[in-house]
Design a binder for this molecule. Sequence first.
Ligand SMILES: [Zn+2]
Ligand SMILES: [Zn+2]
Length: 208
Amino acid sequence: MDRTNWRDVPMPPQIAALPREKRGFPVPYVANWLPRGGQRDEHIDIRTNIEYGLHDACSCKPGDPEWEPDLGQMCSPRQRRCMKHKRCQICTIKLEPPYLLIGSPKGDTDTWYTEPPVCTSCAAYALRVCPGLITNQRPVAVWACTGYDITDQRLFALPDGEPIVLRTEGDSPEVRSGCLTYFMAHPLDGEPVLADQWLHTFEQKGQT
Ligand SMILES: [Zn+2]
Ligand SMILES: [Zn+2]
């Protein structure tokens, strides 16, 4: 398996159809976008509504020629949409179980993912080319589950002004005083399989 150059890895059709960043690398649906030359922090767009309380509504404009993708950051509303409606975070296809969650779980029972699920062929592509997965310090695994619990990740300001990100349960006024950023997923069953092993099985099935 060649992980050295993403250009050598064939793109599944749904990935080939995605917008591209300046090098030609495909931009996942969930990626955040910034005004050209802009800063990430300028585009937290905090609003409030009945459903979420305080939340980051993000005002990014994916695909707009004046904007460019920020592959290192997920767009909050898009992230929440994928988590809640079980859509692939890369190509947006509606997913059926098993749902694939990719990350570096510690192997305990309190594993929470901020990365939304992915479809099978997007998972295989991402595991081969995604810089964040290939260069991860900890082993990357694929966790297939028949369902997942969702909870909120919220941003609270400490008295000294430092922001802190917490996973929160319920919707008390205290919880809702924090700004909802992402939804987090906890797999209800299954177990993580190391990325190389998962890719090997995928290739054996001839699904490349
Ligand atoms: Zn956004
Ligand atoms: Zn996909």
